[in-house]
Design a protein around this ligand. Sequence first.
Ligand code: SF4
Ligand code: SF4
Length: 376
Amino acid sequence: MKKPDLGPELERMTTYCTYCPKMCRFSCPTAAAEARETATPWAMMRLLELSRDGSVELDESVAEAFYHCTGCRRCQAFCRHDNDVPRALWKARSWAVENGFMPQAFEPMARNFKSHGTPFEEPQPEIDTSAFDAEGSIAFWPDCSTVQHRPETIGRIGRLLARITGEKIRLIQMDDVGSTPCCGFPLTAAGIKDGGGCREDLWPSLKGVSFVWTDCPALAAWNHSGSSWPLAPRPDDPTMGHIFTLLSERLSELPPPQNLLDLGDTLLHESCFVARQIDALDDVQKILATISRTPPEKMAYEGKESPCCGGRVHYRMLEPEGSEKAAATVLEALDRNEGQERMVTTSVMCHHALEEAGPDSLVTSLLELLCEAYDC
Ligand code: SF4
Ligand code: SF4
C-alpha cells in the first residue's frame, strides 16, 4: 500500500507534533469530550507520522482515528509552531478513503448527498423565496444547517441583503429540483471528495452571478486564502465571501437599525470556523457595535482562543456523544458568568449544536439578532 504523501510542510508539522510534550492538549474539544489519548491532536498527528514512515499499516482502526478532529484550529492558536492539524488530518482521511477505509458512520451521509445534495436524511423544509429574484447577479447561498434547522431565517436574510445592496438577490438553488444544495464540505471533512471535486460535481451553475455571499463558514473558508483548505480560484468564478464581511462594510451606510439590542445579559460564543478559518472576528465586532446598545459579554476564552462546540456534521455522525458533550461544555460558561442568561453564537451550525445540548431559549445566532435589529 502507498504511504500518505504529505509534502514537506505537513511532514514538518507531523514531526513537530511527534516530539512535542502535548502543549495544546487542553485546548482540543474532542480530546476533552472523549477523554482519551487517541483523540488528542498530538496522538492523531503522531499516528499520521507513523503511517508516513511506514511503522504503522493502515487498517480500519487507524483510519477511524484520523476523524476525531472538528477542524476548529484551536490547537493551532496555542501551538508555537503554528501547526495546522486539520489540514494534515484532512489529507490523512483522503488517503484512508482512497485505500478503502471510510468509516461506516459516513455511509448514510454519502448516500444522502447522492440522492438529494445534502448530508441530511430528512427532506428539505419549505423556504420562503419571496425576497429573492432568479435574475439577480448577487446571490445568497445559505449554510445547509440554516436550510435544515432555521429555514425561516433565509427569507429574512434575503430581505436584509436586498436592503443593504439595493440589488436583486438570487437564492442559490439546484436548477432542476429547486432545492438549495450543501456545498459538499461534510464530504471533504470525511475524506470522500476533495474541495475541487465538490466544486466540479456538486455545485449548481453560478453563471450570471458576480458575488456569492454565504453564512456557511466552511464554504467561505474554501474561498479564504488563510484557511486550512483554500480552493484555487478559477478565472470565471464569482467572488465568494462570508455575509459578515459584506454586512460589516455596509451596515454603517444604512440608517441605524429599528431595534437597537440590549445584549448585556448575553455571552458571545465565536464559532471556531468564523474565528480561525475565515478570520472574521473584526467583522463580528463591527456588526455587534452597529446593532446593539449594550454589546454581549466575552467568554473567558474568546477570539482566537474561543472553544469549539463539536457540531461539525462529520463529527456528530462519528461521535454523537462527544459532540453533545463538547456543546454542553461551551454552554457551561453561562453557569460561570453571573448576569449572563443566554448565548449568541456566530454560526447556525453551532446554534443548532448548542440548542440540542441545552434549552432552546438559551441560545441564539448573530444572524437572528441581525434580523431582529433590522426588523426583517
Ligand atoms: S499542534 Fe503544536 S502544540 Fe499541539 S501537539 Fe502539535 S506541535 Fe504540539
Ligand atoms: S483542530 Fe480542534 S478538534 Fe482538531 S485537533 Fe485541533 S483542537 Fe482538536
